[in-house]
Design a protein around this ligand. Structure first.
Ligand SMILES: Nc1nc2c(ncn2[C@@H]2O[C@H](COP(=O)(O)OP(=O)(O)OP(=O)(O)O)[C@@H](O)[C@H]2O)c(=O)[nH]1
Length: 382
């Protein structure tokens, strides 16, 4: 009996052993032959039972919405100095032209006349030029100025004085009374109004403010689109209305939204059709009145294209008749030899130039500083 039990156990062990040898072989035969000599990748191998790592759970792929990269605009301090080379056209008229006359041994009447002509052709304006040249002549006579660098320094002082450096050029963009500061941006189409609105937003953001944009130029659909794009680049929200909608209502909604989300400044871009002055007056007047239901407008910036010269001054008057312009932004100074227009604008309008546009780049807008501007105009050739 014991032999029978022992034989049965032995038989069972042999059977189990035989099965153990045969089954893996059959499994191996079922696997597809490896492609060439390469080792199969981990993904192709059957899962290993008892593997200590947690099983891989396939997560659904959630596509993150494409968010535009938020840019950090350049700081505004010293921008005018950094961008001074952009004034090269004006520099060649005012700087190099004037300095070559001033370097003559004797400044006779012809020389003074040439100086006057240079200033007038740089758009300084006849009255301002005559006053400036008279003062300079007197100083040279009284002080007995001799060297070119001395005359240049006196000319720089006179030009700076003509720009009234004491004027307040700060932008009123600080929130007050629990609401954002409101800035209206006005000007004719083509002056660079929407572009400047975007650049001003960047100036404010560079200086640490939060901004909301109001696209109240509902006249041109692309203007709202353009403004939103400027806003997106620096993370500023834009309030828009339907094309052809009521600009005043967009402006009102923009300020309302600005109050709700607690931004520092609301910048409102307006339309500027000059063909019909009465229509323009009505529209701008209404925008201002409606916005002022929230509180007074803090700053009204007039955008003027420097390349339009004296025509720009005529346009400016239309706007100053309608709204209380508190500051001028002179654009496209990089595209003109008539940088002297800055002096004419201030003299004629009595309104400070607060910012100047010196190119198409997003940060090519600089706070206006009279002495630095004059230095840039005159160059360093003396
Ligand atoms: N070179 C130069 N170009 C400028 C400057 N500022 C604006 N521009 C250009 O002027 C052109 C007109 O600018 P927009 O902002 O569209 O002018 P706008 O027509 O007043 O805007 P809308 O009122 O929306 O029609 C654009 O090509 C700008 O890039 C500047 O300072 N220098």
């Amino acid at each position: 009996m014991e032999y029978v039990v022992a034989s049965l156990i032995l038989l069972a062990v042999l059977v189990v052993g035989a099965i153990g040898l045969v089954v893996p072989r059959r499994r191996r035969r079922e696997l597809p032959p490896p492609a060439g000599p390469s080792v199969p990748s981990v993904d192709e191998l059957p899962p290993l039972i008892g593997e200590p790592e947690a099983p891989v759970v396939e997560e659904p792929v959630v596509e993150a919405p494409a968010r535009p990269t938020i840019e950090t605009p350049e700081p505004t301090a010293g921008r005018l100095v950094r961008l001074r080379a952009r004034l090269s056209r004006s520099q060649s008229v005012l700087g190099r032209g004037l300095l070559s006359v001033l370097s003559r041994d004797h400044l006779d009447d012809d020389a003074w006349e040439e100086i006057e002509d240079s200033l007038i052709s740089a758009d300084v304006g006849v009255e301002a030029t005559q006053a400036l040249v008279e003062r300079l002549k007197e100083r040279v006579r009284v002080l007995g100025t001799r060297t070119v660098s001395e005359v240049r320094a006196q000319l720089a002082e006179e030009l700076t004085a003509a720009l009234d450096p004491g004027m307040d050029r700060s932008l009123r963009t600080t929130p007050h009374d629990g609401r954002p500061a409101v800035v209206l941006v006005v000007g004719v189409n083509g002056a660079g109004k929407t572009t400047t609105c975007g650049k001003v937003a960047r100036v404010l953001i560079a200086d640490g403010r939060t901004v909301l944009l109001g696209a109240a130029d509902t006249f041109r659909a692309a203007a709202a689109e353009q403004l939103s794009t400027w806003g997106e680049r620096v993370g500023a929200e834009t309030v828009r209305g339907p094309e052809g909608g009521d600009p005043a209502s967009v402006a009102f909604d923009a300020v309302k939204r600005g109050i709700e989300i607690g931004v520092d400044t609301v910048l409102i871009d307006t339309a500027g059709r000059l063909q019909n002055k009465v229509g323009l007056m009505d529209e701008l007047g209404k925008v201002k009145r409606v916005v002022e239901k929230h509180g007074p407008v803090d700053e009204t910036l007039l955008i003027l294209d420097a390349t339009t010269g004296q025509n720009g001054l005529e346009q400016a008057r239309v706007f100053t008749d309608v709204v209380d312009v508190t500051g001028v932004v002179l654009t496209k100074l990089d595209g003109t030899a008539k940088g002297g227009i800055v002096i004419a604008v201030q003299n004629k309008l009595g309104i400070p130039v607060k910012l100047v546009g010196l190119g198409e780049g997003p940060d090519d807008l600089a706070p206006f500083e009279p002495a630095a501007f004059v230095e840039a105009l005159l160059g360093t050739d003396a």
